[in-house]
Structures are given as C-alpha cells and as structure tokens.
Design a protein around this ligand. Structure first.
Ligand code: HEC
Length: 426
C-alpha cells in the first residue's frame, strides 16, 4: 500500500509541475502585457515580464519578419512594434501554404499557434488572408475562454496541490478535470473552428460556410491548411495520464484505511490557498487595470457583421475622411516596413523584385511575380489591356478589386500597370 500511495503523490507532483511551468507561470506572469502594449502603456509592464517572456521564447517559432537582433528580446520587440505572442506552451498549430508564401521564405508555411491564453505566430498575416474570405480575426476565437484561462489554470494547479496534501474523496473525484483536459481543449477548439467557418461576412472571395479541419490537412479557397497538436497538447496529455494514475493508485492504496489528517497538512493547505488566491487576485487586478471586459465587448461588437443600409449612406465629414486617410497611410507604412524586413531577411521571395505597392495590393491574389494564385496570371498582359481592365473594375466597382484600387492614387495605379507590363520581359 505504501508504494502506491507515494507513487500517487509523485505522479500528481509531476502533473502539478508541468501545469505550473508550462501554463500557470507564463500565463499569469504575462497577463495583461499585450493589452498594455496595445494601449501604448508599455511602461506599466512589470519588469519581470521581460526575462519571463525571453526565457519562454527559446525554441519558439520566429517570424522571418523579425529582425535578428530583436528575436527573443521583448524590449526590442516592443520598440519596433513587432508581433508578440504569448509565452505559455502552444497547444495547437494551424498553418497555411500558398504560392505567395514561398517555401524558402516560409519553411513552416504561415503558422499560427493556439495557446490557452492567446496566440502566437503569423497572426497579423493570417488575419489579412482571413479577411479575403470574410473570416473574423483570429483573436475573436476563444475570446471568453482566453480571458478565463489564467483563473482556470490557477485553480487546476491548486487542485493538484490539494490532491497531494489531502486524502479527501472529493478532491480525488475532481481529478477528473485534469484527466479530461486534452478533450476539453479539443472540444473548445473545435467549437471555435466551426464558428469561424460559419461566420463569413463580406469577404472579397465568397466561399461556402465550412468546417475547418481540426486535425490534418485541408483546403480553404486556394490555400492548403495543416492543423496538428504541438508541445502544449502533449504536456496536457502527460498531465492527464499522470492524474489518472495518481487518482487510481491513491484510491487503491487508501481502500479501507481510515483517513486521518495531520496539522502539517493543514499548514500546506494554507500555503496553497494563499498562493492560489494571491495569484488569482493578481490576475484580477491586472484585468481591472487593462479593462479586459471592456476590451472584449468592444472587440465582439466590432466584429459583428455590418448590415449595409443602402439608402442612408452618409458622406463622411472632412475630419472623418482625414482620420480614415491617416489610418490607411499608417497601415500602408506598416506593410511597407514588413515587406522591407522580409526582403532583407529572405532575399526577394519571388524571381525578380516587385514594388511594394504591387506586393501589398496585387501579389496576395496574383502571385509575387504575377504568376497567378487566387486571381489569374498577369504575366504577358499589355499596358493598354491592363489599363482597360482596371478602369472597368473601377467603374463597375468589381468586388475583387475595388477594395484595393480605392486605396490607390491614379499615379500608383499607372505605376503598377507599367510594372506588370514589364513582367514578361523579366
Ligand atoms: C482579392 C484578390 C485580388 C486582388 C487583391 C487583386 N486581384 Fe486582380 N483579379 C482577381 C481575380 C479573382 C481575377 C479574375 C476575375 C475577374 O477577371 O474579374 C482578377 C483579374 C484581374 C485582371 C484581369 C486579368 C485577365 O486576364 O483578364 C487584372 C488585369 C487584374 N486582376 C489586375 C490586378 C491588379 C493590378 C491588382 C492590384 C492593384 C489586383 N488585380 C488585385 C483577384 C484579385
């Protein structure tokens, strides 16, 4: 009986350590950081967050957009406004392959990692593609679950700790939670995938509602997708198996033995409760400071489909127009920076260099060198035909193009046409 009893506690201790190291420490420690960065309040980020994030970054996916000197350095990442992922162990990976993400530049395709408490990887890029097919932004998925994750993880760690300390029947029964955790994750993940595939609004490309693939390879529009579990999921499976073993061994060892509790156990319990409640209070304080609830409801509202009211289109006022113009300008600048970084790091991804405006406006659909992708091949088209087509698109407000052409000045359009007409010669 002794050996089974001790083994049960050791197994539960391993499960606890995995939960603490892989999930609780990074998610509680990092909590609120991305919100503070977004709000321009990076100075409010506690100083220990920097070494914490840097530590967990080892061995993680790094975007080729990220300059060498900023990799694994949160301070520099914030300074250059790079995309920052959460540090907890990633549980699931979703990646996308497409001709405009060539293998040399994107050896992993375009990956996004799903964590309990957030995302990492090429989220911004993925959102741009999702936008083409009318899919919501990735951050919309699991928006409530993500906010609750740090609390839930703290409670999970407390449960495992209490299981180690006490021989209580009820605590034993609650071990079902860590046992089924991998399934709970897949359930929630699957639900949100379904949601994404069935909430398509106003994309440039219209596709039928569909169920994205949870595990394995699939296809969305022109893209090949891959989805599979990564290290965090295997950590959850380990926690599940360890919890099941611990529970079973302890129940067997204690059968028929009257329970007795020593005061040392109470002392440990007080320590666990203090630590757990303290961590929970810290997360709550952070949530209040960064206004998590307000942000969630604003984000959910903003992602609701807009119902066009044809008869009451109001011309935006001068100041609104100015604001829109400025926003576009900023978006364009951000894109240009990204593309520049990409070129510096990967060489030119295509066969020959193209302008940034072509890359950001036309390449996603027509390929980096006009070889065609979602849209047809542009190589070999003559200047006059191109001009005619573009004017046609403009006057007919053709849905594939109006969104990009609208943002371009006449000179820019001329410039791009000039450029495409030269593709054949190159
Ligand atoms: C959202 C995806 C998308 C974007 C962005 C896009 N196109 Fe297209 N384009 C298409 C599709 C799809 C077609 C074919 C359908 C059609 O002709 O209406 C097409 C057709 C064309 C054609 C006609 C080709 C032919 O052989 O008749 C031209 C020219 C063209 N695009 C130019 C451009 C230029 C220039 C840009 C950048 C300013 C651009 N497109 C951006 C999707 C796109």
């Amino acid at each position: 009986m002794k050996i089974g009893y001790i083994a049960a506690k050791i197994f539960a201790l391993f499960a606890l350590l995995i939960v603490l190291y892989g999930f609780v420490v990074p998610s509680v420690g990092f909590h609120g950081t991305l919100e503070r960065i977004k709000d321009g309040k990076a100075e409010e980020i506690p100083s220990y967050v920097y070494p914490l994030w840097n530590f967990y970054q080892k061995g993680r996916y790094v975007s080729i957009n990220t300059p060498q000197k900023a990799r694994g350095d949160l301070q520099k990442m914030i300074e250059i406004s790079e995309e920052i992922g959460v540090p907890s162990l990633p549980v699931w990976n979703f990646s996308l392959e497409a001709p405009n993400y060539p293998k040399e530049a994107f050896p992993y395709g375009l990956p996004v990692y799903i964590h309990f408490d957030g995302l990492s990887g090429e989220v911004h890029e993925m959102n741009t593609i999702n936008h083409y097919v009318g899919m919501a932004r990735m951050e919309r998925g699991g928006i409530y679950e993500r906010a609750l994750a740090p609390y839930a993880l703290i409670m999970l760690a407390m449960l495992l700790a209490l299981f180690i300390i006490y021989n209580n029947k009820w605590i034993g029964r609650l071990m079902i939670i860590p046992v089924i955790l991998p399934l709970v994750f897949i359930g929630i993940y699957g639900y949100w995938l379904y949601w994404f595939g069935h909430n398509l609004h106003g994309g440039a490309i219209t596709i039928e509602p569909f169920m994205p693939v949870i595990l394995g390879d699939g296809k969305v529009a022109q893209f090949t997708t891959h989805a599979y579990p990564v290290i965090g999921f295997w950590a959850l499976v380990a926690v599940s198996i360890l919890s099941l073993l611990a529970w079973w061994l302890k129940a067997r060892a204690l059968r028929g033995v009257p329970g007795k509790t020593a005061s040392l156990q109470h002392l440990f319990m007080v320590i666990v409760l203090t630590a757990g409640i303290g961590a929970g209070a810290y997360v709550l304080k952070t949530d209040i400071e960064v206004d998590t609830l307000g942000k969630i409801s604003a984000f959910v509202d903003a992602s609701k489909p807009k119902i066009p009211v044809e008869s009451t289109i109001i011309e935006p006022s001068e100041s609104e127009k100015e604001a829109i113009q400025k926003e576009r300008e900023e978006e364009r600048k951000e894109q240009e920076l990204k593309i520049k970084a990409l070129e510096e790091r990967a060489g030119s991804a295509g066969k020959f260099k193209v302008s940034q405006i072509y890359k950001s406006s036309c390449a996603p659909c027509h390929g980096v060198n006009g070889e065609g992708n979602v849209g047809p091949k542009l190589i070999g088209l003559k200047k006059d035909d191109l001009l005619k087509k573009i004017l046609e698109f403009k006057t007919q407000e053709e849905e594939m193009h109006i969104a990009v052409i609208e943002f371009m000045s006449d000179e820019e359009i001329e410039q791009v046409i000039e450029e495409i007409a030269q593709f054949e010669a190159q």
